[in-house]
Ligand binder design. Sequence first.
Ligand SMILES: Cc1cc2nc3c(=O)[nH]c(=O)nc-3n(C[C@H](O)[C@H](O)[C@H](O)COP(=O)(O)OP(=O)(O)OC[C@H]3O[C@@H](n4cnc5c(N)ncnc54)[C@H](O)[C@@H]3O)c2cc1C
Length: 470
Amino acid sequence: MTDIARLKAALADVKVEDNPAIVKQKSRDFYWYSPVLRRQLDHVTADLFVSPKNEAEVIHVLTACYAAGVPVTPRGSGTGNYGQAMPLSGGVVLSLAEMRAVTAIAPGRVVAEAGAVLAAIDRETRAHSRQEIRMHPSTYNTASLAGFIAGGSGGIGSINWGGLRDIGNVLRLRVVTMEETPRVLELSGLDLLKVMHAYGTNGIITEVEVPLDAAYDWIDVIAGFDDYMDAVRFADLLANRDGLLFKEIATVAAPAPYDYFLRHQKFLRREQSVVLLMVAPHALDPFLALAAREKADIRYRSDTATDAEKKGLPPVVELTWNHTTLRGLRVDPTITYLQVLYRFPGHVGSIARLTEIFGDEVPGHLEFIRFDGNVACTGLPIVRYSSDERLDEIIRIHEDNGCPIFNPHRYTLEEGGMKKTDAVQLAFKREADPRGLLNPGKMIAWENPDFDLDSDQVYLFPGLAQTAAE
Ligand SMILES: Cc1cc2nc3c(=O)[nH]c(=O)nc-3n(C[C@H](O)[C@H](O)[C@H](O)COP(=O)(O)OP(=O)(O)OC[C@H]3O[C@@H](n4cnc5c(N)ncnc54)[C@H](O)[C@@H]3O)c2cc1C
């Protein structure tokens, strides 16, 4: 009997799928966004796809896998786009998708099981008390809460609340360790950062508590500008108006909106760049006054569009963040993208410089966010990909211009550049996953004892030692 056959027998009471075609499909995420990752990860598959229904079953699966020495890669909805949820060493993909209950709602907070889909949580909190999650990825309708926390960074709402890196945006995590006898940890405060954006390499999140904000009937608006930098300056102006409330402010450079937002094409002009907005109803009138003053060409408003016009139209949520790239890839599979940080106070100047350097080779796409207390931008520019060498050169030119890149063409935590592995992070991994069975291959520092834990590379989530000392 093979290890896997023995493991399957040990998991007789848990839902297990071993059909190779289904397991392979469930071993994939959106890694194919990157031409580099597509080549590296296309063959990856697990041996078993296991779907526990509750925390007790999670503990049972981890105990059995530990005993058999079989790797475990957790999975929410599989929408990560750096291969985070792909089982590089085979073994078990542990799906949390069947653990999706919302277990408590109170003023300002919600508790849900790991696999709860973000939009489904909001449906419950809205119905309960007109509240909603502070921030979510553009995969709102599909992504899971724990998958977002373990694999994402921020999104719609980050203009008001910053990102997952900011203390206060997650309140509590319940995490099961990968030991002979798994422990259940209740993490809060700075300890949360050990598990956040760690790709499930140091524990399985079973329950999450996050803060809530007041829910509004957000109005989608698309404004056009003949010049991309005018769109950027308008977006920056809006983001800095303290009396207005937006949930989303993004810019996309022409001709990408017209070429890629096919169902919106009737509202758009090919030569126009756009600002994509979600505006609170009470902020609409003052926003429109500013838009008129700044000569924004309002192309679309969800509050005035007819039902016939709105039919089949995706919401602004699904035009922004990585949905911009997704819509582009559907039209032109040869494009790819980057993730850039344009830091305050020079963000608009940096954007102007890089727009000038690259022109249509790297059409701009910005997401306005709060970053360390100021308005700044994260960019997900489209790249008209020609070769790996040119992609590396485009990255270098951004860095030479003071704009760090979080490289979406790398599947390890360290090379992806969002999460710093330092000595504290590594010590927690040793404690929570002593045999290195959780999502192996994603943390270089675990496998390479010579890895420089003190490098001064810019990471989105700083090192734990630095955060504890600040
Ligand atoms: C079209 C598109 C748009 C996107 N937009 C955004 C965006 O706006 N903002 C953003 O941050 N990201 C974005 N992403 C990336 C991705 O959607 C988010 O990271 C998403 O939140 C992942 O959720 P998921 O449930 O699909 O997680 P998965 O892809 O299933 O998992 C993500 C990571 O978390 C780990 N994980 C999953 N569940 C657990 C658990 N219970 N315990 C421990 N580890 C776990 C996995 O192993 C993996 O490493 C986008 C991706 C796509 C394809």
